[in-house]
Design a protein around this ligand. Structure first.
Ligand SMILES: *Cc1c(COP(=O)(O)O)cnc(C)c1O
Length: 496
């Protein structure tokens, strides 16, 4: 069965997976969605015998049907190798009554590595298949983790350049240090004086600017995206939910067919959408639990049916979830609108013009797969403290939002027996200051002294990704206003 991709806003053509990955975003501003979701038509017991890489092949080959088996296997082998510090790639840790799916064992110790270690391979393969003439320029807006993970993936990949924009005052010290020390002669990092939404909006605008496209085309370039709006990011993320399930099955924690809950700390709605796609493919999932921080637009949406971005943007201790416009929700809205692109386009128009939209009761009824809630900063810190107290296990601030929301879910629904997987999206080392504060430890001034202390407490060795930046020189120091982002791109590409 061939799976093709079309825009959530209905204009533009239906295209192959490889073309959708190359383009990133449709020219009508919509996101590419599969015209149908293929079934994972292979018994879970069979999958339970497979390695992460073999599982990845089974899942991805069903979604990316114009890639040959050979091509996909090569991409997978090049992505999920020694860059990960564990053979399991995505191990499960049992703590405090749930299973933490550790998605932070890649090069930059956040879950973005799961998709961004394979995206460059998918993209260069797609460029070859489609005889792309231009060099690919990846434009990325980051709330802290995507930028570094994308650069780690694309650094020195022939035929590509990558430009990352991050909110200068909106990321953690370690996140910033990781980015500004990035090596590779095709990587560019630009701080902006604005928040993540400003950066993301400006990047989307650049994608949809035909004049800019013509200008850079003349210079031999074309844009693509490494943000989770790219379907090439989403598909590899389906894999680890399947793998978590089959790992539980293999270890005898569940029986075949038994449904599990999945809790996801959510920002742009990419990670949880991948879990939703996994369910659509046939993975036995009871509830998809969407956890937000104080920027609780999604919680309000699930409760009221109104998506309203007109509110203050709160800087929290889980900065990678500080987002008011969750891009990937558009893919869910499209689906619950009955794959009606026209309706979806109207909602998105209303969002950009009026700052809000309200879905119909019919559509709202289709959100029954989801449960949404949020944690305040105090509740997030409490979750870190409680999990550590009960299980000697240190979780990061983002994962803590999920852990806190899971407790609320159990209280609200009395569903305390369903086996539950919590997506653990970052290593605590990436947010050590907030984590140590939550653990009520002394806040040593020096970031690296603090990290060494965290290592003593958690009994987990400091990951390589952190060791590397202890002494690394700063290589990028450019800061611009959000409105000047297109000029920054022109400068970098030499089209002035
Ligand atoms: C990006 C990120 C999230 C949010 O994921 P989305 O796919 O944007 O919802 C959560 N936690 C961490 C650590 C992240 O880097």
């Amino acid at each position: 069965m061939e799976v093709l991709y079309r825009s959530t806003r209905g204009q533009g053509e239906t295209i192959t997976a490889s073309k959708a990955i190359l383009k990133g975003l449709s020219e009508d501003g919509g996101l590419f969605v599969p015209t149908q979701i293929p079934a994972l038509d292979i018994p879970m017991a069979e999958l339970a015998k497979m390695s992460y890489q073999e599982t990845a092949y089974e899942v991805m080959s069903r979604m990316l049907t114009d890639f040959t088996g050979e091509e996909l296997k090569t991409c997978i082998a090049n992505a999920y190798d020694e860059k990960f510090d564990t053979k399991a790639i995505a191990p499960l840790k049992e703590a405090n009554g749930a299973y933490y799916l550790e998605l932070f064992h890649g090069a930059t110790i956040a879950f973005k590595d799961m998709a961004l270690s394979i995206l460059p391979h998918l993209m260069t393969t797609a460029a070859k298949k489609n005889h792309a003439e231009h060099e690919i320029v990846i434009l990325t807006a980051t709330s802290g983790d995507t930028g570094k993970a994308a650069m780690a993936g694309f650094a020195d990949v022939p035929g590509t350049k990558i430009i990352v924009f991050y909110p200068k005052n909106g990321v953690s010290a370690i996140q910033e240090k990781q980015m500004v020390t990035q090596k590779g002669n095709n990587t560019y990092v630009v701080g902006i004086t604005g928040n993540f939404d400003d950066a993301q909006t400006a990047v989307k605008k650049m994608f949809n600017d035909p004049e800019l496209a013509a200008e850079i085309g003349k210079a031999g370039y074309q844009f693509s995206s490494a943000n989770s709006i790219n379907i090439g990011r989403l598909v590899p993320q389906i894999v680890y939910y399947v793998y978590a399930y089959t790992s539980l099955l293999r270890e005898g924690k569940i029986k075949e067919g038994q449904a599990i809950n999945i809790v996801v700390p959510t920002g742009n709605f990419g990670n949880i959408l991948a879990a939703f796609y996994a369910k659509q493919m046939g993975l036995p999932v009871h509830k998809l639990i969407c956890a937000s921080n104080q920027n609780k637009v999604l919680f309000d949406f699930f409760t009221t049916g109104t998506y309203d971005k007109k509110r203050d943007f709160v800087l929290t201790s889980s900065p990678s979830m500080d987002i008011l416009v969750s891009s990937n929700l558009e893919r869910l809205v499209y689906r619950i609108a009955g794959n009606d692109a026209e309706k979806c386009a109207e909602f998105m128009k209303s969002l950009s013009e009026n700052g809000e939209y309200t879905i119909s009761e019919d559509m709202k009824a289709q959100l029954a797969d989801f449960y949404g809630n949020y944690c305040t900063e105090e509740e997030t810190a409490e979750a870190i403290y409680n999990v550590y107290r009960s299980s000697d296990y240190v979780i990061d601030t983002h994962t803590a939002v999920a852990a806190g929301v899971y407790e609320k879910y159990k209280n609200d629904t009395k569903d305390t027996d369903t086996v539950t997987v919590i997506a653990s999206t970052a290593s605590p080392y990436k947010f050590s200051r907030s984590v140590m504060s939550a653990l009520k430890e002394e806040l040593l001034e020096d970031d690296f002294a603090l990290i060494d202390r965290l290592s003593e407490i958690s009994k987990v060795t400091v990951p390589n990704a952190v060791e590397e930046i202890r002494t690394a020189p700063v290589l990028h120091d450019c800061v611009v206003d959000a409105v000047d982002m297109p000029n920054a791109v022109r400068n970098i590409l030499g089209c002035n």
